[in-house]
Ligand binder design. Sequence first.
Ligand SMILES: O=C(O)CCC(=O)C(=O)O
Ligand SMILES: [Fe+2]
Length: 331
Amino acid sequence: MASQTMTVPPLTQGLISIKGSYGDWRDELFSQGYYVVKGAIPRDRAIQYQQRAFDWLKSFGTPLDLNDPSTWKAENLPVQSKLNTFDHYGVVHEKFMWDARLEPGVVDTFAQIWGTDELLVSFDSLNVTFPNRKDKPPRAPWPHVDQSPMKRGLHCVQGIINLSHAGPEDGSFMLLPGSSALSDEFWDTQTDSASWESKDWRRFSEDEMKWWESKGLKPVKVAAEPGDLILWDSRTVHWGGEPTQKSDTIRTVIYASYSPRKLATEQALAEKQRVFKLNGATTHWAHDNIYLRPLVAHLPDGTIDPRNRAEPLEKPEMTEKLMKLAGLVPY
Ligand SMILES: O=C(O)CCC(=O)C(=O)O
Ligand SMILES: [Fe+2]
């Protein structure tokens, strides 16, 4: 199959050269592909962020009542994605979202991962998943990775700032521990390199999932408390697990990934600045994949949501730290 070998695209190597053992939690992150930092944010502050997310949900003048499950339906909510996320109405840049992203315990964790505090942060969404919604059946598992087969090694560590209790019945992050370490083998033995895309997202079919299972990997639902930070290598096979019928917890999480500013191209930084000024959202990545997601909220019938907002309700304070993390000013 010489011709196939010749078509193998150039591979980008990892951005962290993992040097044996760190003797701390990073060893687990790098070997298992995930790690939960307990209490990265003090619990009471995490609960306040959840409350501020709820206040934001209620700011659209609907009969939504967080204590009354009969009101948990699309018509009472701002436009939500199939994945239970919100990224329109400038929510990504609401003050509560930035306050959470700026939490020292979160930023310092990523500084330790990357060995620098000169970081950028992603402009990513809020996820509020209501259990037992009559109008929205639970989504089937959607196992995927957020890194292209053309990028090898560790390029991105993703994060979930967890604001609600996640027990066995609740919505939470699901993953195959150990899958990041097998990703090269998967791409090289189970896929045709001609099919590889540079897009940093790849979903796995049921058949492909059998290969991961044949390697002895089993799905785990991550248990977490308000204030915990769930970290994972973007090569880890994962999905957002839906609450079971037994859950009465409103899953509330903020996605946040940080990486060194020096990894971003001038073009990526310019685009990040443009997106920030538009109060827009990008992808899960902080230094790369800076694509503006659709800004304007559309209702299911395709019309523009009359509640559309071009700006956050409560703008963040433009501190130096925020401007640096947003990529607006250099370190
Ligand atoms: O909601 C989740 O737990 C997973 C979301 C996800 O796939 C991601 O943030 O990359
Ligand atoms: Fe993902």
